[in-house]
Write a protein that binds this ligand. Sequence first.
Ligand SMILES: Cc1ncc(COP(=O)(O)O)c(C=O)c1O
Length: 355
Amino acid sequence: MLHVTKSYLPDLKEYVDYLEKIWSSNHLTNDGPLLLELEKKLAEFLEVDNIVFVGNGTIALQLALKAYNVIGDVVTTPFSYCATTNALIWEGCNPVFADIDPISLTVESSQLENKISAKTKAILTTHVYGNAGDLVKQEEIASNAGIPLIYDGAHAFGVKYKGKSIFTYGDITTCSFHATKIFHTVEGGAVITKEKKMAEKVRELRSFGHKGDIYLSAGINGKNSEFHAAMGLANLKHFNQIKGHRRKASELYELSLDKKVQTIQWNPSVERNYSYFPIVGFNNEHLLHIIKCLNEANIFPRRYFYPSLNELPYLLKQACPVSEDIANRILCLPLSASITDAEILEVVKIVNLSY
Ligand SMILES: Cc1ncc(COP(=O)(O)O)c(C=O)c1O
């Protein structure tokens, strides 16, 4: 059975070595030594100034919105995981969807500009699949409007844009370290910002909004534990090898898939992390046919992302025809740090025959 991904696990011994440290420190959570070590190593590895390790990628989004005190209209992408939109709703924001560019599948800059009004309080958009739109233009749009630019970088761990970490663009970026992600801590996430003061604010909000006996704001429990930090420390050592395997697997897909199979185009300014391998069918019926053929061979790709977020049943209708069309036709093929060439060629054989 082949699933859309398989979580990476380091050698058990590497994890147990960290567990022994937890047993000797007896510090299980609340800014323990392993968490501090992970934050330091991640900042060095990603070449970012401040990174705050949190419970998951959804709470990371909520903390970023709360840190900027964003309440009201937020221009956002319809092509992302539902957590991007749900975080807005949980923080009392109103998602205003700007349609995507059919090539990069990230928000189209002119659509973004058109959707900004006097009521807009922020922009929240996703580096979907680790791809990017014109980030310099987006920074300019946000700065002209005088609103924060928040990026959901859940898919973009290790991605570079114009030679530097993609996490250094915009005002604040979040990431998910969920078990299915290219770098994971089982459950986990992070908030990344250039501003030391903003990182301190996120740290405060992450820990109920108080420092000892000084109560500063209505924070939440967004903390993460030493056990999760331990998984991150063990996995980080293998990131380059994991990315290398995924790169080779993606190249084999690209080489062997028939020219008729539509794949997505990567922004040439992006240095990829090979997190996902999406393909696009001719129409919804065709997509369902591809899924059926793969399922019959015990291969389980994922409709990622479906539905287009503007079509979530609990939202008022807004039209985003490009995103709706893509969401009806897109599928992520299996990709992991342990997928074999034979498995890829089996997927390719079935996909090629279904076009
Ligand atoms: C784009 C995007 N944003 C946010 C999240 C939420 O992350 P988490 O599952 O860590 O809460 C995900 C998770 O898949 C995601 O894909």
